[in-house]
Design a protein. Structure first.
Length: 255
């Protein structure tokens, strides 16, 4: 009997460890429900979070986001590129399509790509993490697109004030408040956090782009185009074009 009880206790400990590890790795996020189960712990503190392209080193377009914005190669999920996930080429992801539109409309400008996934998955340590994005702050963007929330842990969101830390992140990237800023809801349907973002945008007078209409049209997703279910749940070229168009219209609407 004693041996049996010890076996039960050991099994319970393993189960609790597995659950804790699942929540830590991001498997309790809404994106995981769509097969996007890549652990956020694979994005280390020493990873490069900020990438600048084009002519000049400041004053252009800044896009901060997760895998839709930029995802490094990950052969384990048959993703071998380094641009917005599920786009067929770099110039087909929303970032580069938007950049092309902005340059055509407003003249040449540099691009700053900010990988916000590490912040997204560890926002409860915002005061420690945000300074890692100093190169993006130094970019002094004129236009900012903030598009992430899908990888926020449900458990962390319930225990901590995500919107408070999210606002800190935006303010850090736009310290003088002069940039034209838009935010978006999540790509995947996540009612509570999306509602929180909409309320935040309304309260702060920030333009928000609701991605639900784009996501809900399955032709905008890369279904059947990629071997891994999680990759295929991202926007394909058509969806990326829809995102770029929506963000461009939102930025143009700002006074």
């Amino acid at each position: 009997m004693k041996k049996y009880i010890l076996q039960l206790l050991a099994a319970a400990m393993i189960a609790n460890f597995s659950l804790a590890n699942e929540k830590k790795s991001g498997l309790d996020t809404v994106s995981a429900k769509y097969g996007n189960t890549v652990s956020g712990n694979q994005v280390k503190k020493t990873s490069k979070f900020v990438f600048i392209q084009g002519n000049g080193s400041e004053g252009g377009l800044l896009c901060a986001g997760h895998s839709l914005t930029k995802h490094a190669p990950l052969p384990s999920i048959w993703w071998n590129h380094d641009w917005g996930m599920a786009a067929s080429a770099e110039d087909k992801d929303y970032v580069h399509q938007l950049w092309a539109k902005m340059k055509k409309e407003y003249g040449d400008m540099p691009l700053c790509i900010v990988k916000a996934g590490y912040f997204e998955r560890n926002f409860d340590k915002a005061d420690e993490i945000i300074p890692m994005y100093k190169p993006a702050r130094d970019f002094k963007a004129k236009y900012i697109v903030i598009s992430f929330v899908d990888n926020v842990s449900n458990k962390m969101a319930a225990e901590h004030d995500f919107i408070k830390e999210y606002e800190k992140f935006i303010n850090y990237l736009n310290p003088d408040g002069k940039a034209k800023v838009i935010i978006t809801t999540g790509w995947y349907p996540l009612k509570s956090l999306n509602n929180d973002l909409k309320e935040f945008a309304k309260r702060k007078g920030i333009k928000i782009v609701d991605l639900a209409p784009i996501f809900n049209d399955e032709s905008n997703r890369a279904i059947g185009l990629w071997k891994h279910k999680g990759v295929a749940s991202h926007p394909g070229d058509k969806g990326m074009a829809e995102l770029a168009n929506a963000y461009f219209r939102a930025l143009k609407d700002l006074k």
